[in-house]
Design a binder for this molecule. Sequence first.
Ligand SMILES: Nc1ncnc2c1ncn2[C@@H]1O[C@H](COP(=O)(O)OP(=O)(O)OP(=O)(O)O)[C@@H](O)[C@H]1O
Length: 762
Amino acid sequence: MPLKFPLGVRFITHSLPCTHLASSMNSAALIYSFRAVPVISKALPSRLTCLGLCSRVSFSTRPEFGRRGEIRASKSLIEDEAELSDWVSDLRTSSVRGKFTSDEDEAVQERVRRNVERDDGRGPPRRGREGQADRFGVSRRGKEGEVDRFGGSRRGKEGEIDRFGDSNRRRTEPVRNNRFGDREGARNGRVQGRSGESSFRGRNERNVDSGFRRERGMETNKGLGKQTRGLRQEEEDSSDEVVLGGIDDLLSEVSGDDDSEDDEVFVGKVVKGVEADMPRTDTAKTSDSYLSKTRFDQFPLSPLSLRAIKDAGFETMTVVQEATLPIILKGKDVLAKAKTGTGKTVAFLLPSIEAVIKSPPASRDSRQSPIVVLVVCPTRELASQAAAEANTLLKYHSSIGVQVVIGGTKLPTEQRRMQANPCQILVATPGRLKDHIENTSGFATRLNGVKVLVLDEADHLLDMGFRRDIERIIAAVPKQRQTFLFSATVPEEVRQICHIALKRDHEFINCVQEGSGETHQKVKQMYMIASLDRHFSLLYVLLKEHMADNPDYKVIIFCTTAMVTRLVADLLGQLSLNVREIHSRKPQGYRTKVSDEFRKSKSIILVTSDVSARGVDYPDVSLVVQMGLPSDREQYIHRLGRTGRKGKEGEGVLMLAPWEEYFLSSVKDLPINKSPLPPVDPEAVKKVQRGLNQVEMKNKEAAYQAWLGYYKSQKMIARDTTRLVELANEFSRSMGLDMPPAIPKNVLGKMGLKNVPGLRTK
Ligand SMILES: Nc1ncnc2c1ncn2[C@@H]1O[C@H](COP(=O)(O)OP(=O)(O)OP(=O)(O)O)[C@@H](O)[C@H]1O
């Protein structure tokens, strides 16, 4: 279809022909074609640059999409698709759970490599401004002349001083390998430091004010030979961004469809004029506001939905709802990016319900009723939550049913439940959904009725770990459907491959200013750099401070793996804190119970692996602590996004060891500032030591193995395996162990760590 462009406002589009992809479902073909992209970008740099729309657009030269046979472990290894980080460590370290294949290894390595590549050329991490006090600032400064109790070497010689620098004596350990049996306190001392506070402003005021921006989707050229034309050059001049002032502009743009084809690139068009049946709306102008001034009843939605919305207490639409609803109601496919906690779930559910209402009533009543809306979420918690939100919106739609299919329950039980409770809306995790497609009779036929496919946390679902399942799912639903992809993060890699799910003329609706805009201004982000042996004490002090300042505290602590999560939860339990834990090794019933409890409670701490990183909507989380390296920038943003939801305030602390500091370069455009280390008094250190003493040895051993497995997957760290083992042994000492736990030889073999000095085998 021809496209025209008014006044140089252009939407650059790019993709493969959808039909080609859909018919072949061959990611390798897709992948291969993208290798031509850098060539075009080099050949036509200025032309593409001046058309730049997206504030973080780059041509990927990364080979991750060019690999065949990538992807994730089989379903039997990962029951819940969310648990990539758990999976990385557990799979590598457990001989019981299965073989770690080279393909899986590759998927992990790709993830790591992306981090590394992002690190390149980004310069030093952002530092806090001097002289600005914050909660870790002036009040935390030690008195003149006081010695930092951690100031000296943390790694005293064996038998000379302990690792907290406080004693030459060490008693016989009550627990094997324990180094903290001496009960000696550390020397008094304070840690000094300064902190900065960022009043970060976006670099594109227009974009901030407008609340959202829309790009025409990655429309395709007419064949593989030309498909790269529409790809965009990395933005160099943000002033070229098309910024829409509000929904009026957006609606007017939707109405234009007299497109023309450009010689060099495929572009879209902004057409002025609002369609008669569309409402006039007024987007809130505050930069960090998640609410618009647009009411739901300004849109042609079912009165029953509107009643339910009213009951839910939603007065106006959020910015992402306001931005996406008119486009979706017009029948378009949408890729939407909006900050964490800004109502994306309702944004895709409301129009999905409209699709069910419009579907033939007879089919809705039948026992084997077609599934009209299929929502795919990466985690069980998220799927359950989305179903609960759907039920809220369906309060008065008595004839529309919602079902959830997730891992962690027996397949036959779920099959029976689906039989007994037919539904038009199905919310599922990818692995379990694939199971049903393959093993539940009649299920594939029911999927033939799908009119709407939603990929929540789309970037995660299209990532290496899930893509094969997603491709299988897409192949199981009709091509004639509407598809919505939603996430708070949409890396360029995802922009480039989203065609596997979306139509060529889809709309990319971006409500987020790149960089600082990706996180909430009201969430204060800090990072701490301290050697591993200080992390547990620092965590304890940090929590105590936070609890003292916030009586209704609600804290989430993210750990790198399931077993490290268990260790930290055990420790905090020993320290008499009100703590809960969620990770993949806990049964689903337990996970659901704890999740519900945490949602409703105050004065509580949740220690979790990345199963809680994305999408989970716990209200009023006051602090998010991330201990150790997040798997990537996106994961950092999603984890942080568990606080500051719905425009509230929050705090985030990233706790890294000095050798993990390189991660900061991948988030240097976010307003994250260095925090001084809070002073840790000797009493606190002793308490933590005692707490660690009481943690079961087998949990420490499991944490050590898992830790080693996780960091083995971090290329920057793992490329020197001797160093990796040294660091793992440092972690072992931080748990109070004199000697690192022995690891079975076959496990070490699977981890690729055979014969590395410093490891003990059994
Ligand atoms: N229009 C609205 N007004 C007020 N609250 C709303 C509105 N729409 C949704 N919410 C509420 O906002 C909260 C956050 O929504 P949701 O969980 O969908 O966020 P999200 O954008 O998907 O976040 P994440 O990126 O973390 O998944 C939920 O409690 C939801 O019920």
